[in-house]
Design a binder for this molecule. Structure first.
Ligand code: IPE
Ligand code: IPE
Ligand code: MG
Length: 247
């Protein structure tokens, strides 16, 4: 029997990294300790993405709604982000990973903005591997920002509303130029999107795992990608119409 042809990996995987607080609570530790362990998981998933041939990895690190958290937790998270960026600069250069961000970066603390700018600039010429951090990101805020930029373009005569389409309008989104995420993973058992990439995920395969983010390892990532490969992606057509035929 001939082996089935190996399936290409998803080009873009987006992850909602959730469950740090519960991981810490279960151990009687402060929430920040869970976030600290979560940073180590980020290192693992960046490595695994490259190993699997996933060119874009988008990580939801801080939502536009996460400002509601206690101020000590927010400053702890910002401190960890600063630490992560300083620690990873050389690794990202060595591994040829380009850093991108989506979200309203200008509301982040000045030191974090500085580190982000430094890492982005140092990695901007890399094309093969891409790490996208969603920071102060919300899909609804992104849509509002896109609408504002589009309206300005109309006022300036650069766009004609008669020509609007998703292909065109999406160029005003923070993810412009990136492939659409084909796989979304959310850890910690929560079954919701929490304002993450809602339009871009229109046809993504959604994989939810009960594993808490600090416990999410290489094997969990591989299992999620295997689950993705088992799905039949029809995009509105019938099974029979697919080039691979019905399953
Ligand atoms: C995800 O873990 C990290 C961020 C949202 C920054 P949580 O902090 O949401 O962990 P839980 O959901 O409280 O367990
Ligand atoms: C979503 O997780 C945001 C990030 C992972 C950064 P939350 O823990 O903030 O989401 P909700 O509040 O449970 O929906
Ligand atoms: Mg959470």
């Amino acid at each position: 029997m001939t082996q089935p042809a190996p399936q290409p990996p998803p080009q873009h995987v987006a992850i909602i990294m959730d469950g740090n607080g519960r991981w810490a609570k279960a151990r009687g530790l402060p929430r920040l300790e869970g976030h600290r362990r979560g940073v180590e998981t980020v290192r693992t998933v960046v490595d695994t993405a490259r190993e699997l041939g996933i060119r874009y990895l988008t990580l939801y690190a801080f939502s536009a709604e996460n400002w509601k958290r206690p101020s000590e937790e927010i400053s702890g998270l910002m401190g960890l982000l600063d630490f992560f960026l300083k620690r990873e600069l050389n690794n990202l250069i060595k591994e040829k990973v380009r850093l991108h961000t989506i979200g309203r970066i200008d509301a982040l603390p000045a030191n974090v903005q500085r580190e982000l700018a430094r890492v982005k600039e140092a990695t901007q010429h890399f094309t093969e591997w891409n790490l996208v951090l969603a920071l102060n990101y919300g899909a609804q805020q992104e849509a509002a920002d896109a609408a504002r930029a589009y309206a300005t373009a109309v006022q300036e005569g650069r766009e004609n509303p008669d020509d609007v389409s998703w292909e065109r309008f999406s160029q005003y989104f923070a993810t412009a130029g990136m492939p659409t995420p084909e796989l979304l993973i959310r850890t910690s058992g929560e079954l919701r999107l929490s304002n993450f990439l809602m339009l871009q995920l229109a046809y993504a395969e959604l994989v939810f795992t009960p594993t808490l983010w600090p416990d999410f390892g290489r094997a969990d990532f591989v299992a999620a990608v295997e689950e993705f490969h088992r799905r039949e992606r029809r995009f509105g057509s019938t099974s029979e119409q697919l080039p691979s035929g019905p399953r």
